[in-house]
Structure formats: C-alpha cells, structure tokens
Design a protein around this ligand. Structure first.
Ligand code: SF4
Length: 267
C-alpha cells in the first residue's frame, strides 16, 4: 500500500527534524546547508567564540549531575573541567551555583509531594518519533522528529511534567511555545499512556520557573500533531530554492561566518 507523505518533499528531505534544526532552516537556508546539507562534512562549525554556549552547556551538565545526586560542588567541578572552560568562563558558570542548588531542592520537594519514584524521573531524555507519531530509537534516521528533554517526571496521577532549562536571558514564555509543544508531542510518543503534559521552563540565570497550562493527551493528538507538520513545513519553506544567506542579528551566533558571502572582506 502506498504511504501518504506527511510533509512536502523539501521538508521531508530534512528528516529527522529537531526543534533547533527547524530553527536554523527558518532562519537562514545557507547556514542550514553548511550545517545539515549534503556537503556538511566538508564544513566545520566555528564555535570558538561561543562563550555563552560553552557556559550554558557546563551549567546544564552541572545541573544534570546534581539532579542525579552528585553534590553541587562536585557537579560544577566536573562540568567545568570536562568543558575545559577558561578562567572567566568558569567564574561565570559558578555564578549559577545558587540557582542550580535551589532548583535541585525544588525538584526534590516536588517529587516528595507527588510521590514520584526514581524510575519515573528522566534526565536528558532522548526521544525519536516516527512519521505516525510513535516512539522510535533516537538515532533512527527514518524518523520525523527527535529531541532531548532536559527533565521529565511521570506522576502517579498519570501526567508527565517536562522542564526545559535555559541558562541565557529570560524571555517571555510565548518565545518557548513551539518548543514546549514539540516536547508534549515527543513525551506522548514515548509514553502513550499518559493523560496530559505540563511543561515548564526553568530560567537558571534568574532562578524563575514558569509553567504552561496542562495540555491533555487528546489535545496533543488532535491539535499538536497537525501543528507540528505545519510548523516543519513552514520552517523549511526556504529550502525549496538554492541555499541563500539571510543576514539578521542572529548571524552573531552563526559558526559559518567565515564561509558566508555576507561576511567576506572585499578583495
Ligand atoms: S552568517 Fe548569517 S547569513 Fe551567513 S550563513 Fe550564517 S546565518 Fe546565514
């Protein structure tokens, strides 16, 4: 039986998608080509100037270790050493200690209050999903979408709680709506028995934790599934033409500037 394509061919060519990959496609087709296109192995992304990104990764690592029961001091030491941070980067990373400590305590209190068992807590949870919204191995390249969820807790009352950590500047929750929707879809694919999902964003710079309203499994299936297909189709619309650059303020975070015609010095 012939299968019905869920995405137009230009969008299907980018599978498996992730939230960040779709973001690159929507932002700049040339950057997408350097990073994910056929010749990607030819190009090397220059991350040497991405101090914020290195600090963010180290803070994420320290938090993951601390949530796993490692002491805060040891968690930061391991995270800083494994990231090989420069002295000032390590200092900035250590400025997150108080908020990471508070988040770990808050999570422990939440787990105690709702009786969440250790086996129902998942850190850096890798989930792959097929075109029919079923769970598949994360590295299965035939999938539609995949993602790594920072913290997931399955509650005894049948819901999933999904928290994403942000180490950068705090923005309005509307900025994270698409990512939170995508995470609802992924966790339902992996745990189809859950009755609903509550997503939250933990801002490690300010210590603030913001929640979205709970979404039922029915709503995720009926509304979020078609939304994801539309989101991926729209995000990849620029890939229908030969890759061209799109200069925006986001070029500051592009690791391919040295290759980009927008940033070539005049000869
Ligand atoms: S520097 Fe800007 S315009 Fe050039 S490839 Fe990167 S994102 Fe695109």
């Amino acid at each position: 039986m012939e299968t019905v394509p869920v995405l137009p061919s230009y969008a299907a060519a980018g599978m498996p998608w992730s939230f960040s990959k779709a973001g690159v496609a929507a932002q700049c087709a040339l950057q997408y080509d350097f990073k994910y296109g056929a010749a990607r192995k030819t190009y090397t992304e220059d991350k040497s100037t991405f101090t914020e990104s290195r600090i963010g990764s180290a803070v994420h690592k320290a938090l993951e270790l601390a949530l796993n029961g490692v002491s805060i001091a040891k968690a930061f030491q391991v995270a800083i050493e494994s990231a090989e941070l420069a002295h000032d980067e390590a200092e900035t990373t250590l400025s997150f200690v108080d908020n990471v400590t508070a988040f770990v305590k808050r999570t422990a209190a939440f787990r105690a209050k709702y009786g969440i068992k250790p086996l129902d807590v998942f850190l850096e949870y890798r989930i792959g999903m097929s075109t029919d919204f079923k769970s598949i191995p994360f590295f299965d390249n035939s999938g539609l979408f995949r993602g790594v969820l920072d913290l997931v807790m399955l509650t005894p009352y049948g819901d999933a709680v999904v928290i994403d950590h942000k180490s950068g500047k705090q923005k309005e929750m509307s900025e994270y709506e698409a990512q939170c929707r995508a995470y609802c879809i992924l966790i339902l694919a992996r745990h189809p028995q859950i009755t609903g999902v509550k997503t939250g964003v933990s801002f490690l710079l300010t210590g603030d934790l913001q929640w979205n309203p709970r979404v039922s499994a029915e709503t995720i299936r009926a509304e979020y599934h078609p939304w994801l297909l539309k989101f991926l189709t729209e995000s990849s619309a620029g890939l229908q033409l030969p890759p061209t650059q799109n200069k925006t303020r986001l070029c500051g975070w592009c690791g391919y500037k040295a290759l980009c015609p927008e940033f070539q010095l005049p000869k």
